[in-house]
Design a protein around this ligand. Structure first.
Ligand SMILES: [Zn+2]
Length: 195
């Protein structure tokens, strides 16, 4: 293991930093104990482009695709984005509050953005994800759990019931749990989806 610090002010060094203006402070004294998993691709179902990076940095060219006109005025972000090939980008320091959950609640605690880390997986809601994405997700979850008191990883669909459906039934929660169990004891629990 390298002794080089893997974190710098909430930035994870293995990820490519792509700072977003869409963030704010977490409420004072917040315990960051939740990871929220999402899926996104722009345009939907097209992989490898720079649409997500542009959306999260308010640089999307709305004329570039018909779907984009519906995203005009959105100010959103996530902490991380894991591409189909496993490459990972970071947009917001984990010490800060990213804007990915919206109205949300988990185990009776509201406003998940305040106390969660948001991870977007490049993909289509309801579709399958690549094995390298699960491996990279497990590496990232281990790094997060070593630095923050993460207890669980759940889906956006689990904290915004009826409003959001990502990552959806194509996400392999059992597979993620298997990967996480291999790396115990320092890892969060992956809660199964609602299926
Ligand atoms: Zn989402």
């Amino acid at each position: 293991m390298s002794s080089r610090p893997r974190w710098h002010d909430g930035w994870w060094r293995p990820a490519r930093a792509c700072p977003s203006p869409n963030f704010g402070p977490r409420p004072p004294g917040t315990t960051v104990s939740l990871v929220l998993l999402h899926s996104i691709s722009l345009p939907p179902g097209e992989y490898g482009g720079d649409g997500v990076e542009r959306l999260f940095t308010n640089q999307l060219e709305f004329a570039a695709h018909p779907y984009y006109s519906g995203l005009r005025g959105l100010e959103v972000s996530a902490h991380f984005f894991i591409r189909r090939d496993g490459r990972t980008l970071q947009f917001v320091s984990c010490d800060d509050r990213a804007w990915h959950a919206g109205a949300s609640s988990w185990r009776g605690r509201e406003n998940c953005n305040d106390w969660s880390i948001g991870i977007e997986l490049e993909g289509l809601e309801g579709g399958a994800f690549e094995s390298v994405q699960y491996r990279q997700l497990a590496v990232l979850l281990r790094a997060l759990a070593a630095r923050y008191p993460i207890e669980e990883a759940v889906g956006h669909e689990d904290v915004a019931l009826g409003r959001k459906a990502d990552p959806g039934p194509g996400f392999d929660w059992a597979g993620l749990q298997r990967v996480l169990r291999r790396r115990r004891p320092r890892l969060p629990r992956a809660a199964p989806g609602r299926s």
